[in-house]
Design a protein around this ligand. Sequence first.
Ligand code: ATP
Ligand code: MG
Length: 270
Amino acid sequence: MRNSQNSAADDSDPIIRVRGLVKKFGDHVVHDGVDLDVRRGEIIGIVGGSGTGKSVLLHQIVGLLKPNAGQIEVFGKSVRDTSEEEYRAIRRRWGVMFQDGALFSSLTVRQNVEVPMREQLDMPDDLRETLAGIKVRMVGLPDNAQGKYPSDLSGGMRKRAGFARAISLDPEIVFLDEPTAGLDPIGAAAFDTLIGRLQAALGLTVFMVTHDLDSLHAICDRIAVLAEKKVLAVGTMAEMLEIDHPWVREYFHGPRARAALKTTDNDEVR
Ligand SMILES: Nc1ncnc2c1ncn2[C@@H]1O[C@H](COP(=O)(O)OP(=O)(O)OP(=O)(O)O)[C@@H](O)[C@H]1O
Ligand SMILES: [Mg+2]
């Protein structure tokens, strides 16, 4: 568990504020009263069983899915009850790495990173290319990766390219949906280190959906558990270990959790 200067941040001014969120698909109720505050500058890990609505929550926060009820504010502004122009202005201040990566296969790595810049910024081509190249370097990809297509990259490199695209507009918040899924443990640990370093260097707030207990131990300041259609608990790893709920207990005290504790206890990832 990292020691963040931000973990004692003021709760009264959350950077993301979700209240009473209800989301249904037909008769299927996914969220029924989700409340969540995300503090500026923290890395918060969102956990929950498969299908509990972690990705759906992320998509609602960034305005890609419409809730049936409830409020979502980011930077103190409603994401939905706003003009298209205001939404565009808010959207510029976050970056998203989706669960499926969603890189354009017909574009090179650098061109993928340029996509949000083309959509949102008016700047000369050579300046945009240079800035995109810097982002590619920032995520630890070699210079020769810039001109490669996603299909020519390893899974870990594709994740880094997705991360470079998520930070292309110098966002204040980065949303990451399962960033280390599919990586081997060494690749996942390296990616955790990258997230932690960039968060510290850029002062990012990171909203990270993850199944990866190592990531939770290594880089998350707080954890939010989605279960029973709600955020069942929010707190530090130490607080999670105290919670007496069947899923939470199984998740945080099960064999995988014990292995994660062992591997991260002596690991300084930051
Ligand atoms: N566009 C959609 N239309 C209908 N149902 C949907 C849609 N998107 C998600 N769902 C359903 O909502 C529920 C929550 O999905 P979601 O993808 O958020 O789960 P998750 O917690 O991210 O799971 P995982 O850990 O497997 O990624 C699932 O039952 C899913 O089938
Ligand atoms: Mg998901």
